[in-house]
Each structure stands twice: as C-alpha cells, then as structure tokens.
Design a protein around this ligand. Structure first.
Ligand SMILES: [Fe+2]
Length: 489
C-alpha cells in the first residue's frame, strides 16, 4: 500500500514541551492589523505509562495560543489539567478509557456512564471566559494568558458531570448569547438537549428533544431564528460501552438509512421540522443563515462517518471517503427542502471556518483543510488549505503543503477590525525535521502561499479547532434579539 504521508508517525510520537516565549523566527511579513489572541486545542499526548493510544481523539488536550500585539507574537502551550490528566499524572499510568482505546481495568467517568473528558477538541473565549471543550463533558476554564487550568466550568452550578455538552458551542456575534447541545444516550429514552445562555454565561433555556435513536452528533448550526441538527444513523450502543468496549467500538453506522435536518426555534427551543436530506453524515456545520424566507444550512457532508479513519494512530485516513460542502435551502413557510447545492471540492475536507463576523449571516467565502490523496488507498493526512466561495463554485484557490509537511488546526479567520478583510492561520508540521510552525495567509489568495511563517522552538502536534479573540473583546449588544434587521430580505 502506498504511503501518502511519510513520517506521519512523528506527529504523534512525542510529548510536547510546555513553554511560553516571543516567536523570533518569522519568515515573511505578518499583517500589521493583527491584535488579538489565536487559540487552538487538540490531542497533544498519545501515550501514558507505557500505554499507546490508538485513536486521534484519545490524546490529552493541549491548548496553544499566539498573542499578537505591537510587541510581537507570544506563543504559549499548555496541557489542560483535566480530572483525567491530574489523576493519571499522579498515578503515573493510564486510568481512564478513551474514545478509541479500551484496556484492562480502565475506568469511565465518576458516574460510570461516559468517558472522563480529555478536553481535547476546541477552545472558545466567551466574554473573557476561555473554555476548553472535549467531545463530551463539562469544559475547563483556562487563564487566557498563561493557559493555566482554573476549574471545571459548571455555568454557576447549572450543569454537572452528567450534563451532555458538546465541543461545538455557537456564540451569536450580535448578542453574545451562547448556545450548545448534548446527546443523552439512553437506550430507552435518547434525547437531544439544547442549551441557551446569555452573554454573561447564565443559563436561560434547556430544552429536551426526544430522538428515535441514540445517534452521535458532533456539531450544529445557529441562525437568527433557528437551531439546526443533522441527524444520521450513527448510533451509540451504551450496553457495549458498559461492557468494556471503547466508544469508537460502541458506535455503529448503518449505510442507506435516511438522514434528517432537525430544525428548532432558537428562542423557545420548540421543534419546527425534521426534513429528510439523503443518506449522508455530517461532522461539521459551516454556517446557517436566513434570507428571503429561506433558511440556508451549510455543512461539510460526508459519505460516511470519519471517526473510524482516525485510527490506528499513526496510520490515519487509509481509506477515507470523499466529502464536500453542501448548502441545503429550506423554505420556512412550508418546511420543505427547496434546493441542495454541492461545491466540487471533495477531498475529505474538514475543519470549515469563516469570518466570525459572518456567523449566522449571509456570507460567501470559507476555508477548510483537505487531504489531497483522497480516493487512493494508503496512509494520508491533511495537506491542503482550501478557500471556497459559494458564488464561484469552480474557484481554484488551494494551498498545497510541501512534500512531507502536514497541516492541522482549523484555519481560523482573524478579522481586520478596520475593514472587511483579515488573515487565515493554520498549523504546519515538517516531519523530516520535526519542526512546527504557524502559517498566516491572505484569505482571498491562499494559493499564493503563506504571507508569514512563525517557526516554533519545539514541535507541537497537529491539533483540531481554533478561535480568535480580538484585543478588547467582542462588541456585543446584550439586549439585541432576533428581529427583521437580523435577516436579509
Ligand atoms: Fe469538531
């Protein structure tokens, strides 16, 4: 079998050093408007006390930050001191079962009904509260500068360790309201739980939607008036998990079953529609917005779930199936699907991102990572940064990493506060030299290559989701409520 990712094992075979320093080795020129902090979280450590993890989602969460200001760029990286991390550090061995690795005498979380979160998927700043999220479980609050772990975040004790809570909250860019969801995987009464918090993080609404099956979901969409969930037949068998299987081995995909968009009212949480959309799967939403009585639901749609392609580390994506950006247009008068558009880029794209100022609003451009060797059998990894435009489907704006270099980290858009433009940033790992860097691009011309490359002193693994906090924080109007001015007519 061909190896399309030579030396990829080097991304996973070391324990990164924690550090904080001014980045001195910068190739090229950074945009002068950058003033704020970029954060990225992901699995950063793949072994503990002789145990080697077999799945990409297993590693302990490590957050990296780049603080841009007039004094330069400060890089900081630190592992999240989760319950899992602290207990295993103290014991000097692996204690908890992880997403893809089960072992003798491993433990689930305190209540025995799920995994102890490694807090390794995403990191978001909600009004000065920097939160690191795992695939499920409560987030951890970090110091925004030092990245020191402060506490498990319970939203004023309104949530606890049994509250299902995903790694993909959505923050409304106008009001600062914070939404999230979780799946309660009961075999008897599975349900989707939707949460709404105000801009201060106070719980306003918790709404439970019964589900036909305990289906796994990772992300959702938020528009001015709706929340939207892509429900597919990727089911979790809790009995298998309780019997000792890993979460990965307890998940089951049934091809050919109908997938649906579940749409609910954003304010009340009441269900509005469940619309059949084919037989695909969705890991990540791109954006959701309303226009002319239509709800546009933009997702990266996959032919099948991708999690089984995240193993065995380091042999990732050997037989990865294609995926592509899809726009479902829903008529909100009669709740029918009036259009479905696909963009042509299908090289297993993931980690979609757009200008955060366009969340919940009409937009055109977005960015993702892709795997150039998709469709060929053999180990491979993300090696393309793709810029897509809905109004120009054939746009060819792709950056391909040099041979032996791999990309990671959601390609976050860092806005220029004075204009509509900005910069896009992602990670690169140069396997031969075990060297890590961050690449900063002109968002509209990524094929030109990076404007600047920030070279790190020590290697860091390729991580998952990222976010950007402008200096001075967000500009929210706490009293703003969805109204006609939120929706383009
Ligand atoms: Fe994700």
């Amino acid at each position: 079998m061909t190896d399309f990712a030579p030396l990829l094992e080097r991304v996973f075979d070391f324990i990164p050093q924690e550090d904080s320093y001014l980045v001195e080795d910068i190739e090229g020129r950074l945009p002068s408007f950058l003033e704020g902090t970029y954060y990225v979280n992901g699995p950063g450590r793949f072994s503990r006390g002789g145990l080697k993890y077999r799945h990409w989602l297993d590693g302990d969460g490590m957050v990296c930050s780049l603080k841009f200001d007039s004094g330069g760029v400060r890089f900081t990286n630190r592992f999240v001191r989760s319950v899992k991390w602290n207990d295993e550090e103290k014991a000097g061995r692996a204690i908890y079962r992880t997403f893809g690795t089960a072992f003798q005498d491993d433990q689930l979380n305190q209540r025995g009904i799920g995994l102890e979160s490694p807090a390794n998927v995403s990191v978001y700043d909600h009004g000065g509260q920097l939160l690191a999220f795992g695939e499920q479980g409560l987030p951890y609050r970090l110091d925004p500068d030092s990245l020191e772990t402060l506490e498990q975040h319970t939203f004023d004790d309104r949530l606890n360790e049994v509250s299902p809570f995903s790694a993909h909250p959505k923050i409304d860019p106008r009001s600062g309201e914070f939404f999230n969801f979780g799946i309660s995987f009961s075999s008897v009464r599975p349900s989707l739980v939707v949460y709404r918090f105000d801009s201060q993080g106070r719980l306003v609404l918790r709404k439970r939607h019964p589900l036909d099956d305990p289906c796994s979901m990772h992300d959702f969409g938020l528009s001015p008036n709706y929340t939207c969930f892509y429900i597919s037949h990727f089911l979790l068998d809790m009995a298998r998990l309780k019997e000792g299987a890993s979460l990965m081995d307890s998940l089951h995909w049934t091809p050919g079953e109908t997938s649906r968009l579940l749409i609910a009212a954003r304010e009340s949480g009441g269900q509005r529609a469940a619309i059949p959309v084919g037989e695909g799967h969705c890991l990540h939403f791109i954006n959701l917005f309303e226009e002319d009585g239509k709800l546009h639901v933009d997702v990266v749609e996959l032919d099948e779930p991708i999690y089984q392609r995240y193993q065995p580390v380091p042999g990732l994506f050997e037989e990865v199936q294609p995926g592509r950006p899809v726009r479902f247009t829903v008529d909100t008068d009669n709740w029918t699907l009036s259009d479905r558009r696909r963009l042509p880029y299908d090289k297993a794209p993931d980690f979609p991102s757009l200008d955060p100022r366009r969340h919940c609003k009409p937009y055109d451009d977005f960015w993702m990572l892709g795997i150039s060797a998709t469709g060929k059998r053999g180990r491979k990894f993300f090696d393309q940064l793709v810029h897509c435009r809905w109004s120009e489907p054939e746009l060819q704006d792709v950056y391909s990493a040099p041979s032996g270099c791999y990309l990671g980290g959601e390609p976050v858009f860092m806005p220029d506060a004075q204009s509509e433009s900005g910069a896009v940033i992602c990670q690169m790992f140069e396997a031969e030299n075990r060297a890590s860097s961050f690449l900063v691009f002109d968002p509209m011309q990524v094929s030109n290559g990076p404007l600047a490359r920030l070279k790190l002193r020590h290697p860091v693994p390729l991580l998952f989701h990222a976010s950007y906090s402008p200096r001075g924080g967000p500009d929210w109007d706490e009293s703003a409520r969805p109204g006609d001015d939120w929706v383009k007519k």
